[in-house]
Write a protein that binds this ligand. Structure first.
Ligand SMILES: C[S@@+](CC[C@H](N)C(=O)[O-])C[C@H]1O[C@@H](n2cnc3c(N)ncnc32)[C@H](O)[C@@H]1O
Length: 324
């Protein structure tokens, strides 16, 4: 039912086609990145050939994986634009030579977070020499918010302006849009669901305890803890204390454990609630993408939302495809 509610997207033509990267080009990429780069490179190549375009700008190029493949395997000239000096240094160290002086261009972006996607779309609309846009967005929730908590860059199109008057898509809706899709949910085993319930349940109770009892902490490691089937709540708390600045004295520990006893029965609702989230995710994500697509059309260009990646491998599988 929710699938029918979400907006329309096209399957990318020749969806099953993809490049097969040799091991040297796959170096340092995880399987998800390999899937994305193989499909995206093939798709860009197909679209660029239609427009006779040999120059590509890769926005938010990160480690430059896509650019390397487009250059080495398909003979394109690629300019990567990356704000992080660390990433650019690593990419430049791998590149043998760089060139400039570019005529008609294709603008691409893989996982352009937050407002970077919007700037990329506006660049496409403003620059005559950019003929093609293929953009995968991500992290919708990191878009800039106004003081009244609306988003500076949503809605973009005149068609969707009414959304702000009648409905409120808040930060949580945008976070939901950037979460896993139904396909990856369907692949999960009952044990995966159990571990997810423990993760979300324990973390929520700790958050509530911090709020109620004035506790605060900072992480010392990127990942706070790894939960297994038999991790108890006290094990979880001990693990958090060892990997963060959190200290819990005897009296605080008793209060937190009492809170756990009160909240524990509700934990069985976490997975049904997550399922509802998973059902709403494509509706909100496609709404955001459709708004961007309509904005491009309002500027006088062709645009549609296409699914390019397998959503069991890559959740952000839909791109905005526009051309002049
Ligand atoms: C999620 S990463 C994706 C990297 C790469 N495209 C990939 O998929 O492997 C987004 C990248 O965009 C870069 N970025 C963010 N804002 C940017 C900006 N305004 N200009 C250029 N790069 C930016 C970040 O530093 C980061 O490397």
């Amino acid at each position: 039912m929710c699938f029918a509610l979400s907006l329309h997207k096209y399957n990318a033509e020749h969806f099953s086609e993809s490049l097969l990267l040799a091991n040297d080009l796959k170096k340092n990429m995880n399987p998800k990145k390999v899937h994305e780069v193989e499909r995206m490179a093939k798709f860009i190549d197909m679209k660029c050939k239609e427009l006779d375009c040999k120059y590509i700008i890769d926005i938010g190029s990160g480690m430059g994986y896509l650019g390397f493949v487009m250059t080495k395997l398909l003979d394109y000239k690629v300019l990567g634009i990356e704000i992080s000096e660390k990433m650019s240094r690593k990419t430049n160290a791998r590149a043998e030579n760089g060139e400039s002086g570019i005529p008609d261009m294709c603008l691409v972006g893989l996982h352009c977070c937050g407002d970077l996607s919007v700037s990329t779309i506006k660049t496409f609309c403003q620059l005559k020499s950019i003929k093609l846009l293929l953009l995968f967005s991500c992290c919708y929730h990191s878009m800039k918010q106004n003081d009244d908590r609306t988003f500076e860059n949503f809605p973009l199109s005149s068609d969707f302006k009414f959304l702000n008057q009648h409905y409120c898509l808040n930060l949580y809706s945008f976070r939901l849009a950037a979460q896993q899709t139904r396909s990856s949910w369907k692949l999960q085993t009952s044990n995966d669901h159990h571990l997810h319930m423990l993760n979300v349940g324990y973390r929520s109770i700790l958050e509530l305890a911090c709020h109620k009892y004035g506790l605060a902490f900072k992480k010392n490691h990127r990942k706070l803890t790894k939960i297994c089937n038999n991790t108890s709540f006290p094990d979880y708390l001990n693990s958090i204390c060892s990997r963060s600045t959190l200290t819990i004295d005897h009296s605080a520990m008793n209060k937190i454990l009492a809170l756990y006893q009160t909240c524990h029965p509700v934990m069985k609702l976490i997975e049904p609630f997550t399922m509802l989230q998973v059902m709403f995710q494509p509706i909100i994500e496609l709404l955001i993408l459709e708004d961007r697509c309509r904005y491009v059309k309002e500027q006088g260009f062709n645009c549609k939302v296409v699914q390019v990646f397998d959503d069991q491998v890559s959740s952000r599988n839909c791109a905005i495809l526009a051309h002049k």
